[in-house]
Design a protein around this ligand. Sequence first.
Ligand code: GRF
Length: 214
Amino acid sequence: MKVEKVPVAVLVSGRGTNLQALIDACDQPDYPARIVKVISNVPDVAALDRAAAAGIPTVVVSHKHRSRDDFERALVAELEGVSWVALAGFMRLLTNTFLSAFPGRVLNIHPSLLPAFPGTHAVAQALSAGVTQAGCTVHFVDAGLDSGPILCQGSCAVHEDDNEDRLAERILKLEHALYPMALRWAVEGRVFVEGGVARAVIREGEKRWWVETD
Ligand code: GRF
């Protein structure tokens, strides 16, 4: 059966491994999304190379030397015809100037079990706090810092000998599994926010809470 592929844009700022996971998922004939554009606010990043290698149109919209409003209006202008936006390592906060163009249709992935450790250096924050479980979160984006309704999470144990790199690598593996799954739910119209809480209509074999056991 041929699936209708929903047009999605991905916003990036860096190396783009989550973008790659989404590209790989979208390459599957039965995956219900296609990435129609990748926007980076930073030039010359690996994520742009990944998009180009996959034949996806790219554009750099710099945040420098302009107001936040102007920057966000420029982003919106690039996104005509896009149904959902996935932030994947996009290092700018968004305000309603952007978000009102995609109400309830912007997702982000963050390398912590939100609401713990929002913001930058989430993995280092988790290690410094001495937590025994770490992980990642896919959430709806609101105007706060990693504060929107939580859609799904994956957790892994923190090992005695973990450092930031080792733990970040295990979390990243979870990210690459979770984000394509969450985006699938989104474009299939199976997620919504009710009273500030995200809900998902999940099918047999799917789960909103993944646990990595090693
Ligand atoms: C990931 O850890 C993601 O959770 C966070 O930024 C990092 C981006 O990595 N928002 P990559 O660019 O997808 O490799």
